[in-house]
Structures are given as structure tokens and as C-alpha cells.
Design a protein around this ligand. Structure first.
Ligand SMILES: [Zn+2]
Length: 265
């Protein structure tokens, strides 16, 4: 691959390397100053994911189309507590805001918290409803999978048109191979493990997204630097270049085109 010049990001005062956080929960960060600080530091693109009605509404409110971009969905952990009409409300919310939303998520399956078959069925029903909508609106999806990778990959298999971010990728090299064959993006969190290291080793750089899942895992979007450095370290690529690649991957995946104003047009 030809190396291109590192495109730097001019924030007014200093020139910094531009970073992008592909998954966070900004609505849970109480201090707005922390978000401003991350942007100032160079994390100029942050995708914030809703997981329930409240966080979806808040994510839309926080989205500015400049640095903060919303993804909306209902997480599997809410399968048991959804009120009547709540799923429909959120599907409608996405439909009505389809031009502002960069992805549907987070959605998916979490079998670590699924106590019984009934809960698994409820999780799947919600997951599939959002996948249907993503296909209809041609939006990418941010998929959560915990102890459910086989099932998630099998559900996604027939939905070939979907652009998929495997958020907090927990699969092994074999799962990563399936994901790569299908063109999915492997989203790396700020946690190192031997399994993840093997995956990073095997996956080409154009398949990576970097995420903080802050404040749940990382504390602010700034922690995405750590993820990018980790990937660069394992792949033997210098920081500037890997940052540039992953930031470009992120904007491409979420169709974020700031030059054209708001997002994906
Ligand atoms: Zn998350």
C-alpha cells in the first residue's frame, strides 16, 4: 500500500492528529467539559449510542453534526423492561430522524445477562426489528454481542446489504475471518487481551474502528488514543498513520462527510 501524507487536523491553535471514537455513551458523561476537552484534544468525531428511549432522545439532543453524531437503538439489556409501544416509539424516532442518525445501535444480543429462553427470544425480536429498519433506511448497524457471537453472526448472515460494526469485538480469529469475508468492521475497545491481540494481528487495517464505550469502559472519548496506539503497536504502524487510517475508516463507515455540512450527504 502506498503511504499517503499524514493529514493533520487544525483546531485553531495547534495542529493535532485527528481521532474518531466509533462508540460511546456521551449521555452518561455528566460533565460536558470532558467532551469538549476530548474534541479539543483531537477526537473530532464521536459517535454516541443510545440504548433505550431516554438515551436515544438525549443522544439526538446532544448531536451537533460537527463532532457528535448519534446512533439510536435499544440494547438487549432492556428486552425485559420495555413498556408497551416503546419499541414502536423508538423505531418511529429513528425513521423521523433518519437524516441525522448515522447508525442504528446499539442493538444486539447479550446472553451473559439472558436468564432464560424467554429473554433470549425477546432480545432477538428487538434486534431483528432494528435490523429490518436498518435495511429499509440503508443505515449501518452497531451490534453488541456478549457470549452470543455465533447467534449474532447467523442472524446477520442473510442480511447481506447491511453495513455492520461489531462493537466491542469479543470474537476469536475464526469469527474475525467470517466478519472480514462479509465486509464487517471490527470495533476495538480500550481493553487488551491475548485473544484480541491475535485478532488485531490477523485483521487488515481497513477493517478497524476504535471505540472507547465511554464512560462505561473508557472514561472519555479521549481514551480512543490508547486504542489507536494499541492497534498501531501490534501492527507495527506508526501512530500518525494508523490514526489517519482508523479515522478515515470511521467516517467512511458512518458516511460522515463534514465538508458537505451534516453527516451522510
Ligand atoms: Zn456501548
Amino acid at each position: 500500500m502506498r503511504t499517503t501524507m499524514l493529514k493533520e487536523f487544525d483546531l485553531g491553535q495547534k495542529t493535532k492528529v485527528e481521532l474518531a471514537d466509533a462508540h460511546s455513551h456521551l449521555d452518561l458523561i455528566g460533565d460536558a467539559g470532558l467532551i469538549e476537552d476530548a474534541v479539543e484534544y483531537g477526537v473530532a468525531t464521536i459517535v454516541t449510542d443510545g440504548v433505550d428511549t431516554k438515551s436515544n432522545l438525549k443522544s439526538l439532543e446532544m448531536a451537533d453534526g460537527k463532532h457528535i453524531f448519534p446512533a439510536l437503538g435499544i440494547g438487549p439489556e432492556y428486552a425485559n423492561s420495555l413498556q408497551k409501544g416503546e419499541l414502536e416509539f423508538n423505531l418511529k424516532l429513528i425513521r423521523e430522524n433518519a437524516k441525522r442518525v448515522v447508525a442504528i445501535g446499539e442493538i444486539g444480543l447479550d446472553y451473559m445477562i439472558a436468564e432464560d429462553a424467554k429473554n433470549r427470544t425477546a432480545q432477538k425480536r428487538i434486534f431483528e426489528a432494528f435490523l429490518d429498519l436498518a435495511e429499509e433506511l440503508k443505515l449501518p448497524v452497531c451490534v453488541h454481542s456478549r457470549k452470543a457471537m455465533d447467534e449474532v453472526l447467523s442472524i446477520l448472515e442473510d442480511r447481506k446489504s447491511l453495513a455492520v460494526q461489531l462493537h466491542f469485538f469479543e470474537g476469536d480469529v475464526k469469527d474475525a475471518k467470517v466478519a472480514m469475508d462479509r465486509g464487517y468492521m471490527i470495533s476495538i475497545p480500550p481493553i487488551e487481551s491475548a485473544k484480541r491481540k491475535r485478532v488485531i494481528n490477523d485483521v487488515p487495517v481497513d477493517r478497524f474502528l476504535a471505540e472507547t464505550d465511554s464512560p462505561v469502559v473508557g472514561s472519555t472519548p479521549k481514551d480512543v488514543e490508547r486504542v489507536v496506539r494499541m492497534i498501531g503497536g501490534i501492527k507495527g504502524i506508526d501512530y500518525g498513520r494508523i490514526a489517519q487510517t482508523i479515522t478515515a475508516n470511521t467516517k467512511k463507515f458512518f458516511n460522515i462527510n463534514k465538508e458537505k455540512g451534516f453527516m451522510r450527504y
